[in-house]
Design a protein around this ligand. Structure first.
Ligand code: HEC
Length: 86
């Protein structure tokens, strides 16, 4: 994965978490980019929206990630995904 891709993904994950908890969250361009990446690459397994369960029951919905996972470490989680994704 290129450096350019990681930050939009993080922004998308954080943006999804924020949107789930705040009705007033604005959407920056970076959040929109991240959301598109996350939609394309992660939504097959993870719920990436405010409601609904994950398509893969073992994959935590992104809006709940912050409850069990240090979201700042999401980059290291992403870096463990197969190289074909990057
Ligand atoms: C093929 C299905 C699948 C896809 C696609 C997928 N995930 Fe996951 N993910 C899982 C499963 C299953 C878990 C829970 C089990 C685990 O922790 O390994 C998980 C857990 C996680 C966790 C929790 C931390 C961890 O390592 O346990 C993070 C963060 C995460 N995924 C991020 C992502 C991101 C970001 C993407 C898109 C770039 C993504 N996932 C795409 C299946 C997937």
């Amino acid at each position: 994965m290129t450096k350019g891709l990681r930050f939009p993904v993080l922004a998308g994950v954080l943006g999804a978490a924020l949107l789930a908890t705040s009705a007033h969250a604005g959407q920056s361009r970076q959040e929109a980019q991240g959301r598109a990446v996350v939609q394309a690459r992660c939504a097959a397994c993870h719920a990436v929206t405010k409601t609904g369960e994950s398509p893969n029951p073992a994959a935590p919905p992104f809006r709940r990630l912050h409850e069990t996972y240090p979201v700042a470490d999401v980059i290291s989680a992403i870096s463990r995904y197969p190289a074909s994704w990057k």
